[in-house]
Design a protein around this ligand. Structure first.
Ligand code: FES
Ligand SMILES: [Fe+2]
Length: 352
């Protein structure tokens, strides 16, 4: 047995060492990741999704979401081409049937009923929460699922933003979402103001599995798509924003407007489909102007903001977020959230 086999690493890793980014990618197998909206998965048909470079199939069997490797063990066909029958998943190629635990229960082409022991699917932990389907590839998630307060509150309206794919790593996408210094530049007149580019001081700390921080006293234009429905008479609104970053991939932005007693929420979560690719899921919630027209304004506003971010984030190199703080230049105060996020990611990378 070689040293590489003994320690389950490659020869290159022994010669050059494994980078922080490679370690983090490996560590991500131990966490929940969003893979689809619950609304995308019906009762009769499975769907496919990609997580950490693996194609998986999602299916509802016996009233629960199940996740398997999207590959029939007979001839490697994608099971997502199949269908649900008798609370089982039927493969489209030769009709093998798999039960909710992934065991094959029927091989139609053979005489008799004997099923080889190896005829079973690779199964992953799956859960449904906050309007999303979550999967953990290792089966033993280290952190609990993120929380989405107010989601089921009848006075609250929550809308689903179509998911979108970006060519950037999950941590780069998450960091961009909580980067306060870019609002004045990338989102001038929309989320920030180039004449007031300084980032106000903000507290940050760890609470359980979350990074919590705030971004107080920002005056936002009342006529921006996001704030149109507010009862503010067109005056700029003073907003208080609290963030909860559920490590490593989910953000809850909770914006309250104390003056108007109104609340706006963003629940944003990113699936690492690969090392340098991401799928982003967003819910927008509010407890004011619950009409359809405001829904449309909010979706348009979101599309405008992400359209401004897209070329910036996809241009960042290296594509993977460097966790070594000396690799990029950090500014005390304004880059505080990013620094804390990178520090924690590095801990996760080395805690497996
Ligand atoms: S490939 Fe699935 S049943 Fe043959
Ligand atoms: Fe942005």
């Amino acid at each position: 047995m070689t040293v590489a086999d003994q320690y389950n690493v490659t020869e290159d890793e022994i010669r050059f060492g494994r980078s922080d980014e490679e370690r983090l990618y490996q560590a991500l197998f131990d966490y929940w990741h969003p893979v689809a909206y619950s609304s995308q998965l019906g009762e009769d048909k499975p769907i496919s999704a990609t997580l950490l470079d693996e194609q998986i199939v999602l299916v509802r069997l016996d009233g629960e979401v199940r996740a398997f490797r999207d590959l029939c063990v007979h001839r490697g066909t994608a099971l997502s081409l199949g269908w649900v029958e008798d609370e089982s998943l039927r493969c489209a190629y030769h009709g093998w049937k798999y039960g909710p635990d992934g065991m094959c229960t029927e091989i139609p082409s053979r005489f008799g009923t004997r099923i080889p022991k190896r005829a079973r699917l690779t199964r992953y932990a799956a859960a449904e929460a906050a309007g999303l389907i979550w999967v953990c590839m290792s089966g033993e998630p280290r952190f609990p699922l993120p929380e989405f307060p107010y989601r089921d509150d009848p006075g609250f309206k929550v809308i689903e933003v179509p998911s979108y794919d970006w060519n950037c790593s999950m941590p780069r996408r998450i960091e961009n979402y909580v980067d306060f210094a870019h609002f004045a530049w990338v989102h001038d007149g929309v989320l920030g103001d180039r004449d007031q580019p300084e980032v106000p001081d903000h507290g940050i700390g760890r609470v359980g599995h979350e990074l919590r921080f705030d971004h107080p006293h920002m005056a936002e234009p009342a006529d921006s798509g996001k704030n149109k429905g507010l009862e503010s008479d067109g005056r700029p609104v003073d907003v208080q924003i609290d963030y909860r970053l559920f490590m490593p991939n989910t953000i809850l932005l909770d914006q309250s407007i104390p003056e108007l007693d109104q609340r706006y929420l963003l629940f944003f979560t990113v699936c690492p489909t690969g090392r340098k690719t991401s799928r982003c899921f967003t819910f927008m919630g509010r407890d004011y102007s619950l009409d359809h027209e405001t829904d449309r304004d909010m979706l348009d506003f979101n599309a405008l903001v992400i359209g401004q971010d897209l070329p910036i984030v996809q241009s960042q190199r290296p594509e993977e977020l460097p966790m070594d703080l000396s690799a990029e230049v950090q500014i005390k105060g304004s880059d505080r959230v990013a620094v804390e996020y990178r520090r924690w990611l590095k801990e996760l990378a080395y805690s497996t």
